[in-house]
Design a protein around this ligand. Structure first.
Ligand code: SF4
Ligand code: SF4
Length: 229
């Protein structure tokens, strides 16, 4: 899931300071699960902003709504009137949600209420950890299902480095060395051969270094064209 954190009330207040009508728009998917921008957080953020702006002597009309997914236009269309009616849409979706609103409603001014942080999972109550950097060329088959890109601080393809000590990474004693984890798992599975081969430098062209990425599925495009006919 995409993990995000809410900006502070002061930051959100600054983002809407010039508006007369604001829509705080939540998203019912990833950011609901990480308690950053779901229905409850959206309601609380809009109430807090209403109170805070009143205390500042400002008369800003602040409404709120939550759609199932901000990253799909069919859900955004359900609140089209509210989006168009607002001077500022404060999105509590991830960065993709913000951009989806901008693309669907180019006349609207949309600002981010969240800081989108990483792709990860909840490891325990109230803790989320990074697990994937969306590198575009997954190597989890070689590394026993532990990601060297997102979890090794240096994104090494052949590890560990000299900074690994007692299973911890040199950047922080609280961070487990990804390559120690990889080694332990492969050893337990009798598959150490997989990391004894030297891996070639990673092809970063499938990652962000290759510019904005895109996936085209001709099979699905064909089905859509058929349905439209
Ligand atoms: S190797 Fe790449 S795609 Fe696979 S989990 Fe790691 S960052 Fe994600
Ligand atoms: S100590 Fe381990 S996790 Fe840290 S940079 Fe070196 S190999 Fe990567």
């Amino acid at each position: 899931m995409i993990v995000a954190e809410q900006k502070s009330l002061e930051e959100m207040k600054a983002l809407i300071s010039d508006a007369e009508k604001v829509l705080v728009l939540g998203c019912g998917t990833c950011v609901t699960v990480c308690f950053a921008g779901g229905e409850k957080e959206t309601m609380i953020a809009s109430s807090s902003l209403r109170m805070a702006t009143k205390l500042d002597g400002k008369d800003i009309k602040i409404e709120h709504a939550t759609v199932q997914r901000q990253c799909e236009w069919e859900y955004l269309d359900q609140v089209a009137d509210q989006i168009k009616d607002a001077d500022v849409v404060l999105s509590l979706g991830c960065g993709i949600g913000v951009q989806a609103i901008v693309e669907r409603f180019p006349e609207s001014w949309v600002v981010p209420g969240l800081n989108t942080t990483f792709l990860g999972l909840p490891s325990e109550q109230g803790v989320w950890v990074e697990r994937c950097a969306a590198c575009g060329e997954c190597v989890l088959d070689i590394t026993g299902g532990i990601c060297p890109i997102a979890r090794c601080s240096k994104s090494l393809m052949n590890g560990p480095c000299g900074g690994s000590e007692d299973g911890h990474c040199e950047i922080d004693k609280d961070v487990e060395c990804a390559w120690q984890l990889i080694y332990d798992r492969l050893a337990a599975k009798g598959k150490l051969d997989s990391i004894l081969k030297l891996q070639p430098p990673k092809d970063w062209s499938s990652s962000r270094d290759g510019g904005p990425r895109k996936i085209v599925r001709p099979d699905l495009r064909f089905i859509n064209e058929e349905l439209e006919e």
